[in-house]
Design a protein. Structure first.
Length: 261
């Protein structure tokens, strides 16, 4: 059986912080927690492979893990990349083009560095809008222009697209495919079983995820995976009714109500 579990990260904070103030912080985890998670992956038998390995390897067998980083936070270069390098873990980074060089975000030079270190570089679109809600011309612009600009700056082909908020529709998927991406990545909590599939699913790693739960996920504990996949299906349904941004606001409110004082 082939199964690829893709974990998706966002910002890595230098220190731990319990309080949330913005929806983005739901996904920001501390350096210490990130290190502990990578240590757990190293301890378990399932290898970390690159997305490219998964897509190109017809002979891929068994279970494996891949790591991705959305939004292009500077902390991904400064904190995450050195930890990944030490472990020899591949990863793919998906910057938002219009955020590049802004405070707290990578610039093109840092992306080039990541690429030289052997990491995969994809794109997360131009301006981080929910592409499923845009008209056709806007969708096309967000997807195609992001590919074109990334390729110009990095002087290499960009093969991976990750959808902002993990949101897509039929038209955005076929646009991503027709403009030459080899895979598009969403954020549904599902395992990837087919290297040939164009759409890949990723598990967003949130700050509130306890380390014991993380360990069960990366050790492919069947009960934990099935429960998370089931809950993920409910969340996808809620998000498609409410839209990504309202759904994140509600999520933030719930996190506020339940976080330890
Ligand atoms: Zn994003």
């Amino acid at each position: 059986m082939r199964e690829l579990l893709i974990l998706n990260y966002h910002e890595i904070l230098p220190k731990s912080s319990a309080a949330y103030t913005t929806p983005a912080e739901l996904f920001a985890i501390s350096r210490e927690r990130f290190q502990a998670q990578m240590d757990l992956i190293e301890k378990h038998p399932f290898p970390v492979i690159s997305i490219d390995d998964f897509l190109s390897s017809a002979s891929f067998e068994g279970k494996a893990i891949a790591l991705t980083f959305d939004d292009g936070y500077e902390s991904d270069v400064e904190i995450a990349a050195p930890i990944l390098q030490k472990k020899g873990f591949p990863a793919a980074f998906f910057p938002i083009i219009n955020q590049l060089g802004k405070e707290g975000f990578m610039d093109w030079g840092q992306i080039q560095d990541l690429h030289k270190q052997g990491f995969e570089i994809g794109t997360h679109g131009l301006s981080h809008r929910d592409i499923s809600r845009l008209n056709f011309a806007e969708k096309k612009h967000e997807i195609e222009k992001a590919k074109e600009l990334s390729e110009q700056y990095l002087n290499q082909e960009i093969n991976l697209f990750s959808f902002p908020f993990g949101r897509y529709d039929k038209a955005s998927l076929s646009l991503a495919q027709s403009c030459g991406f080899q895979a598009a990545l969403g954020t549904r909590t599902r395992l990837n079983k087919q290297p040939q599939a164009f759409l890949l699913h990723r598990w967003n790693i949130k700050r509130a995820l306890p380390l014991e739960q993380f360990e069960k996920i990366i050790s492919f504990d069947r009960n934990t995976l099935n429960r998370k996949i089931f809950l993920g299906q409910i969340k996808t349904g809620v998000t498609s009714v409410l839209g990504a941004s309202l759904s994140n606001q509600i999520h933030l409110l719930l996190a506020h109500l339940t976080q330890p004082k």
